[in-house]
Each structure stands twice: as structure tokens, then as C-alpha cells.
Design a protein around this ligand. Structure first.
Ligand code: DLL
Length: 436
């Protein structure tokens, strides 16, 4: 089979033997073809032949996002351009984007791993995928597109935006799967409700949602509003794009990371030291098969936990728990670490609040403060200000009890929090604004 489905259930020993062979090949490729890696390895006095066992990956230097930016645009490419079939790029919200390249084999592998993800989500030829991830330099649109075409699933390439049209086509073309960010899925669900279309009655059966952190509570919301199974898919431009891992339909608890193509570590955020299974830390990924843009020990900044326990689906690849957030999105409010997904979980457990929210952070003198802006569900709004104040007070107390921070919860009318078309902006950090 072109997407090596057999590799998904390889016994651990065989999987690790394959990983070691591929790691050695990748390290040699990096050392020979990318000046940055050669210099970084020489500095640590590590040569490719030092990689004798999988744990030797720890001899290698980490690669950080800033270093990729320093090598903008093509400094990290390991092949000449006559072998590069495509480039994609990260969003680059803070400065220059990271530009990555793919050989023909890389594009094929990406399609194959994406197809594996669709398979894990229960899709097969005959299914139809409505793909509302953005097309273009962002890897979401073209990534899921390639996945569907590789598997032979019909792809409906919507890209993001034009939400009313998305709803119309969900209704008319009756896809069985929807791919987009979870925040955009919520936007689509809301639009459908406004238009009087009950998505639960359509043939749609599965959502392939990722590209941003989301909570279990958000899963529940999307599943119940759309009548689907909502699965978490993970990926990042620097490593490949969507399809590094996905939750399986059977287990729905943690994402299988395709370990025959990626070597995954979980390290202490501050020290970079390896953590035992089950401990929360930063996910570090080494690509094992990439040709144009191989990556050694990329510090993803994504915070999660690796779970090596067997999954009922029979896949042997390690599971990564839902990403709580990125280390650089973690808010530190008066000494307490907070991720937006933690706040999201509490808001969504509070009945009568809608799942649309945004967090603002302010600094007054030396004190940081946090305001959570959330919308009332229409029935709550109808109950008037006093009632809403009580709901806000309850949410504030829950945030204090469960996360340990005092904050202001402000309830707004339905429709006042900006809707997402792709990755939602969850935090407005006013501390970074210059004083005039
Ligand atoms: O977001 C690739 C992607 C597209 C993944 C579509 C899934 C679906 P980037 O724009 O480079 O690539 O952003 C990568 O997004 O490091 C995480 O911080 C975050 N991210 C991606 N998937 C998840 C997820 C794409 N399932 C960055 N849960 C990553 C939480 C996610 N965060």
C-alpha cells in the first residue's frame, strides 16, 4: 500500500530499528548538505557516525525557530532547487515566515501520512471531505487536499471564509467529513443555525480539527452541535504540515504521532532534559524521512505529554495528549501560568455562556490583570443584566478555584466577539503595547 499502513502496527522493536536506520540517514544528510547543521554538530563535536542507537539523538543540537528565521529563506534546504517541487511557509506573524521545501518524495510522503490520518478518522474512498483550511502558503489547505487525493477521498476545496457559502455547500454537496480549525468549525455551526440548517441531520460524520489548541469541552460542543465525531489533528510547517499525528476514531484520546517518519521527544522546557513518559513538557521532533527540509530536534514550543500505553485501535505509535498550548502563548499572571485552553474549558462548562471568547491582558504598574470577554448564549442575554452578573461571578470563581488566578469575566451580547476564519486569536496582550 502506498501509505505504509502496515507500519502503523509495527511491533515496537521493528519500529525502533526502522527509526534508527532513518535517523542515521537523516543526520548524514543534514551534516553533508546543510551548513547550519554541520556547524552546530561540529561545535558539539558530534559526527553522523556517533548515532549508534536511538537515544543518541540526544547528542544532537536542538533546532530553534529563531535559527530557522536566521537562515531565511532557503538556508536550511538540503537539496538544490531542481529537486524542490513546492514551498510552503509558516504564518510569520512575528517577522519573517519560515519557508520550507518539499521534494517529490516529500510531497508523496506528506500525502501518504495525511491519508493515514484520514484512515484513522474512519474515512475511505467514497467519502467526501469538505476542506475549509486555508489554501496557499499555510500548510492546512494543501495538506488535507493532498491527503484526500492520496487516499482517493473526494475533496471539496473550499479554503477558509465565505461562511454562508460553506454552509450552503455542506448542505448541498453532503460531505461526510469537514476539515478546518475547531474555532472555524464553531463559526460554521453558528452560521448554519442562523440559516436554519441542522448540520446534525446531514451525512457529515467526522470533523478533522486542528492547527490551534482546543479543549475537550470544545470537542463536546462541536460534536453535539454538528452530530459528528470531532478528532484532533496535529502538524506544523517546520516538520511537514498537518498529518504529523491524529487521534484515532476508536480511542479518541491522544494523537498517534507517525513514529516511522518522526522521532518524538518530550523535554523540560527550561533545561531541555528528557522527561519520563507521562510528564508534561515541550515536544521536540526530528524528521526521519524528509529530503528537502530535514529537521533535527526541532523545539516545537508545544506543551504536551507522551503516552506510550497501548491504544485499543492496535496502532503501536505513541500518543501525544492534546496540546495544551505553546510555551510562548502561556500567560504568566501574577506568577501563575495560564493557557487559554484552561480558561476555555471553564467557560464551556458554564452553561448559558457561548463558546466564543477572547482574553485580554493588561499591566497596571507592576500588576498584571486579565479580563475574559465571553458571549452570552441568546437565552442568557434575555434574562437581563443581574442574572448575567451572577453567571460572570460564578465563572470568575471557577477560574480562581481551578486555575488559581483572579480575573474579570465580562459577558457580552451574542455576536460581539470576533469570529475566526482560521486560527482564532485568543489573547490580546496589551502589555506589549507601547505607552503613548
Ligand atoms: O497549523 C499545520 C496544521 C494545519 C495542523 C491543519 C493541523 C491542521 P503552522 O501554521 O506552522 O502549521 O502552526 C503549527 O500550530 O506548533 C501548534 O502550536 C499549533 N497546532 C497545530 N495543530 C495543533 C493541534 C499548522 N491539533 C502550530 N492542537 C503548532 C494544538 C496545534 N495546537
Amino acid at each position: 500500500m502506498i501509505f505504509d499502513v502496515d507500519n502503523e502496527t509495527l511491533p515496537r522493536e521493528e519500529l525502533e530499528a526502522l527509526q534508527l536506520f532513518r535517523l542515521q540517514t537523516t543526520v548524514a544528510r543534514c551534516y553533508e548538505s546543510v551548513k547550519f547543521y554541520r556547524e552546530a554538530m561540529d561545535e558539539l563535536e558530534v559526527k553522523p557516525h556517533h548515532i549508534q542507537k536511538l537515544a543518541d539523538v540526544r547528542l544532537l543540537p536542538f533546532t530553534k525557530k529563531d535559527q530557522l528565521r536566521d537562515n531565511y529563506p532557503f538556508g536550511m534546504f538540503a537539496v538544490p532547487f531542481d529537486q524542490v517541487l513546492r514551498v510552503q511557509a509558516s504564518s510569520g506573524t512575528s517577522g519573517k515566515p519560515v519557508v520550507v521545501g518539499y521534494t517529490r518524495r516529500d510531497v508523496n510522503n506528506w500525502g501518504a501520512l495525511g491519508a493515514r490520518c484520514l484512515g484513522a478518522a474512519g474515512l475511505a474512498p467514497g467519502d467526501r471531505l469538505h476542506n475549509a483550511y486555508g489554501y496557499g502558503l499555510f500548510t492546512g489547505g494543501l495538506g488535507l487536499h493532498g491527503a484526500a487525493e492520496t487516499m482517493g477521498v473526494t475533496v471539496i476545496p473550499l479554503s477558509g471564509g465565505q461562511t454562508q457559502k460553506q454552509v450552503m455547500l455542506l448542505n448541498d454537496l453532503t460531505p461526510t467529513a469537514l476539515s478546518c480549525t475547531p474555532s472555524y468549525a464553531l463559526n460554521i455551526a453558528e452560521e448554519a443555525e442562523k440559516l436554519g440548517i441542522d448540520i446534525r441531520k446531514l451525512p457529515l460524520k467526522v470533523g478533522i480539527f486542528g492547527a490551534e489548541p482546543w479543549s475537550e469541552e470544545m470537542r463536546y460542543e462541536l460534536e453535539s452541535r454538528m452530530g459528528i465525531d470531532a478528532l484532533d489533528i496535529y502538524g506544523l510547517t517546520e516538520i511537514m504540515g498537518p498529518g504529523v499525528g491524529i487521534e484515532c476514531l476508536e480511542g479518541k484520546k491522544g494523537l498517534h504521532l507517525w513514529e516511522d517518519h518522526f522521532l518524538v521527544e518530550c523535554v523540560d522546557i527550561d533545561t531541555g532534559e528528557p522527561l519520563p513518559p507521562g510528564a508534561q513538557g515541550e515536544i521536540v521532533i526530528t524528521s526521519l524521512t524528509k529530503e528537502a527540509f530535514p529537521m533535527l530536534r526541532f523545539r516545537t514550543r508545544d506543551i504536551s505529554t507522551l503516552d506510550p500505553t497501548p491504544c485499543k485501535c492496535g496502532r503501536t505509535h505513541v500518543r501525544m495528549r492534546r496540546v495544551t498550548g505553546r510555551s510562548d502563548d502561556m500567560l504568566i499572571i501574577r506568577g501563575v501560568n495560564v493557557f487559554p485552553t484552561q480558561v476555555e474549558a471553564i467557560l464551556m462548562r458554564t452553561e448559558t455562556l457561548s463558546p466564543f471568547y477572547q482574553i485580554e491582558v493588561f499591566r497596571d504598574g507592576f500588576m498584571d490583570s486579565l479580563r475574559v470577554n465571553v458571549e452570552a448564549s441568546p437565552p442568557l442575554y434575555a434574562k437581563g443584566q443581574d442574572y448575567m452578573n451572577r453567571v460572570a461571578a460564578k465563572a470568575q470563581k471557577d477560574i480562581k478555584d481551578f486555575i488559581g488566578i483572579s480575573c474579570e469575566v465580562k459577558i457580552h451580547p451574542t455576536g460581539s466577539v470576533e469570529r475566526s476564519m482560521g486560527k482564532a486569536v485568543r489573547v490580546l496582550d496589551h502589555r506589549k503595547e507601547k505607552k503613548s
